[in-house]
Design a protein around this ligand. Structure first.
Ligand code: UDP
Length: 376
């Protein structure tokens, strides 16, 4: 394979790599080569249109775009318009369906009460104090001191153990800080000003980004097979796992991956919503995605089949594509070593969820890429 003539090489066509490639090509009129190990762009944000049903299937699980950042929103809107989808998540616990994240609806349904916001706050404060958490440090400490054991054990513990395969007493608190606890009837999953799903699907965004003159993408190329053949003077943007980049010299970071059981069900509507979480430990799946619900602007009334994915979490074996960094204490120590080593590299930038070992959402990754582009 020929690599000469490219000053910029991007490894991985996820949002981080694509944003950098797009900016370099559009603003700096540079030639950029993107090397992608998969056979499609977008990394784990990739989606495709199922021809038969016209349903946009998120191949690696649901992705909902949300941001408060004007720069990110204006940037992404150059490539696609967004629909007005607002994400709402339900969770099944002991054969009953509740609203997530925990809000006044969840609290009143769970305690079989009719509390006002102030009364609900007082109740959860009482439950939190009763838990007598002395030092608030771990995932479990943070959430239990906030909501107490009853709600924690119903809606958080089982899901979290299934997702991370760790005792929440040992998990870092930042994971649960992603979820708000609300004392009103706001049932939305996200609070951000800008939200939605790309009208023509994520695939269209990636196609538009790749269309910029100067960008060439090669699929099914494993960077580690060809890294020795790349021009010495090339500037590399690498978005694979940081531990793999350094051949695990300081040890392996811990990651989680997902598996999906895909079903096409002969029904117009399977579960009545896009995501149903499963809070009970007995159910091995963490959630079920039904993709038709992501496009309320499309008339699906004549649909006779619907596509669902049951999601299960799994350990990431060495070399497999990770989905989530876990970020245990030992990981932080290992990561700091890799980060310091990365800073000594000339002409190599590591970024994205895997390159930075950070549980970032799409909008955060895009912002990081825009900032890096501005900086270089
Ligand atoms: N979580 C939970 N119960 C739920 C949903 C989430 O305990 O019904 C916890 C769980 O530990 C999860 C974390 O909150 O990993 C963050 O949830 P989020 O929805 O942000 O996860 P993602 O969609 O990124 O997998």
């Amino acid at each position: 394979m020929e690599f000469s003539g490219f000053k910029y090489i991007v490894v991985g066509a996820g949002f981080w790599g694509l944003t950098l490639a797009e900016r370099l090509a559009t603003i700096r009129k540079e030639k950029v080569l993107i090397l992608e190990a998969k056979n499609h762009p977008g990394g784990n944000c990739y989606s495709y249109l199922d021809r038969e049903t016209n349903i946009e299937v998120h191949q690696y699980g649901s992705h909902i775009f949300h941001t408060n950042n004007d720069r990110v929103w204006n940037y992404i809107n150059q490539f696609s318009g967004f629909n007005n989808y607002r994400h709402k998540v339900l969770t099944k616990y002991k054969n009953e369906v509740y609203s997530m994240p925990i809000n006044l609806m969840t609290i009143n349904q769970f305690y079989k009460k009719n509390l006002t916001p102030a009364e609900a706050k007082w109740l959860l404060q009482t439950e939190g104090s009763a838990a007598q958490i002395k030092v608030v440090q771990s995932f479990e400490d943070v959430i239990v001191s906030q909501i107490g054991y009853p709600l924690y054990e119903a809606f958080i513990k089982g899901y979290t153990v299934k997702q991370w395969d760790q005792d929440p007493k040992n998990l870092p608190a930042y994971i649960i800080k992603r979820l708000p606890v609300r004392y009103d009837y706001n049932l939305n999953y996200f609070d951000d000003r800008y939200q939605g799903i790309p009208g023509l699907g994520y695939g269209e965004i990636f196609n538009q980004m790749l269309k910029r003159p100067g960008i060439e993408i090669r699929y099914n190329v494993d960077y580690f097979d060809i890294r020795d053949q790349l021009p010495r003077e090339a500037i590399i943007f690498y978005s694979g796992p940081i531990d793999k980049y350094f051949d695990y010299c300081y040890g392996e970071l811990s990651w989680r991956s997902l598996t999906f059981k895909e079903e096409t069900v002969p029904l117009n509507d399977f579960q009545g919503t896009s995501v149903m979480n499963f809070a009970d430990m007995e159910n091995p799946y963490t959630r079920c995605h039904e993709f038709r619900h992501y496009h309320p602007e499309i008339d699906f009334s004549n649909l006779t089949k619907t596509i669902i994915f049951y999601e299960k979490s799994k350990e990431t074996k060495k070399g497999e594509v990770p989905y989530y960094p876990i970020g245990m204490k030992k990981d932080k120590e290992i990561y700091e070593k890799y980060k310091a080593k990365a800073q000594t590299l000339k002409n190599v930038y590591l970024g994205g969820r895997l390159g930075e070992y950070a549980y970032m959402d799409m909008h955060q990754v895009i912002l990081k890429a825009l900032d890096l582009f501005a900086q270089i």
